[in-house]
Design a binder for this molecule. Structure first.
Ligand SMILES: *Cc1c(COP(=O)(O)O)cnc(C)c1O
Length: 384
């Protein structure tokens, strides 16, 4: 991303910057790669970034939407995603959210328990409508990522145990207002090892054989999201390796004739196009450490505090006259010890008033912002 610092100086900080050109390039790459396979459908996971301008650009590019709440369904519809291209996931769908999804005519519910299935059947009956449902199966596949963002192990709260799959499908097939349309999986987030997705493919192949033996056919397989991005070197890898990702499924999955394959990518679509712009308030010289205190905190970007995530940080104001390398702790203003963006981070000599770019912040940044400490929510600006 190219930063024009004179233009940025005028902005109120902290704020998000979204690079619409990089987003367009990422969406083009997804299209080019997915098009190689005539039965692939890519949905965008709204929770990664639900900024209305970002959503409109993604909807205009023809992706479907993956929603995890009624509010996200409304945001997706408002941005122009066709209702039929919306999948609705989540372990705790409220009655009003299910009713909303039925009324707008979403493509499918990703159902996570038999208890939820019973409620959908009841609400669909009340409305005299049919609900298309996929079942989220917990594949009991581990993934190489942070413990807080793995979702497909037996002990995680998500999905239906694979041992219960056949019984649940049979029960659903017998229901009056339910159409069983597929199986759904999602094993975690920020996955960089294609072997994790290959392991998911093997597990889906096993489960499909079980279904064949039972004489049950499902028209859709949804493999969720989770493709990771390069947080360490965003300029080297601004667009994730979608070729390797789709090829892993093309090589590993044995789809049945006419079966459609769905993906739900969040982070990989939007992370690299986003930057959190922040201004240095103070450089505090402690006895042991030097602190760069910035005006953004965990209220704007919680990933470092929540997952120990590390984002690359650039000082946009430092020129060649500065001392080239000083080790700082870069911290926010919030009254929490975990409000730290990076420890022992090397920056050019940094001064009050400098602008810092916290990179790769387009996913799970603005959407997770809070008003803790009575702070205003961050604003966002589109740049090219
Ligand atoms: C969060 C989520 C995704 C997107 O995950 P990414 O790691 O951002 O790609 C996809 N599907 C479901 C069900 C999710 O909860």
């Amino acid at each position: 991303m190219h930063f024009d610092t004179t233009h940025l100086q005028a902005l109120q900080t902290p704020c998000y910057l979204y690079d619409t050109e990089l987003l367009a390039r990422t969406l083009d790459t997804i299209h080019a790669e997915a098009r190689q396979h005539d039965n692939y459908h890519v949905h965008y996971a709204i929770k990664a970034n639900s900024n209305p301008d970002v959503l409109r650009q993604i909807a205009a590019a023809g992706l479907g939407a993956d929603c995890v709440s009624g509010g996200e369904i409304r945001a997706a519809i408002d941005a122009g995603f066709p209702a039929r291209e919306i999948a609705f996931a989540g372990v705790g769908k409220a009655d009003w959210e299910i009713t909303l999804a039925l009324r707008v005519g979403i493509g499918m519910f990703n159902v996570e328990s038999i208890e939820e299935l019973d409620v959908i059947q009841q609400l669909a009956t009340d409305l005299d409508m049919r609900a298309r449902v996929s079942f989220r199966i917990n594949p009991d596949v581990g993934a190489h990522t942070h413990a807080h963002i793995t979702t497909g192990r037996a002990e995680d709260k998500f999905g239906i145990a694979k041992e219960d799959m056949v019984a649940v499908l049979r029960r659903a097939q017998a229901m009056t207002h339910i159409d069983v349309v597929g199986l759904h999986f999602h094993i975690g987030s920020q996955l960089l090892e294609m072997d994790d997705f290959a392991a998911l493919c093997s597990r889906i192949n096993e489960l499909q054989e079980v279904l064949d033996a039972e004489g049950i056919a499902v028209p859709n397989i949804n493999v969720g999201g989770g493709l990771g991005i390069d947080y360490e070197q965003p300029d080297l890898h601004p667009v994730p390796d979608f070729h390797a990702y789709f090829s892993t499924f093309a090589n590993g999955l044995q789809l049945r004739p006419n079966q459609q394959l769905h993906f739900e990518l969040g982070r990989a679509v939007v992370a690299q196009m986003g930057t959190l712009l922040t201004r240095v308030l103070y450089v505090k010289h402690g006895h042991e450490r030097q602190f760069v205190i910035v005006d953004a905190g965990m209220t704007e970007l919680i990933r470092p505090a929540l997952y120990g995530a590390l984002h690359q940080i650039n000082n946009l104001s430092a020129d060649a006259s500065r001392e080239p390398a000083v080790t700082y702790d870069i911290v926010g203003p919030i009254c929490e010890s975990s409000d730290v963006f990076a420890r022992d981070y090397v920056l050019p000599q940094t001064c009050r008033g400098d602008l810092l770019a916290i990179r790769s912040a387009g996913a799970y940044g603005e959407t997770m912002a809070s008003t803790y400490n009575c702070r205003p929510l961050p604003t966002a600006h589109l740049i090219q």
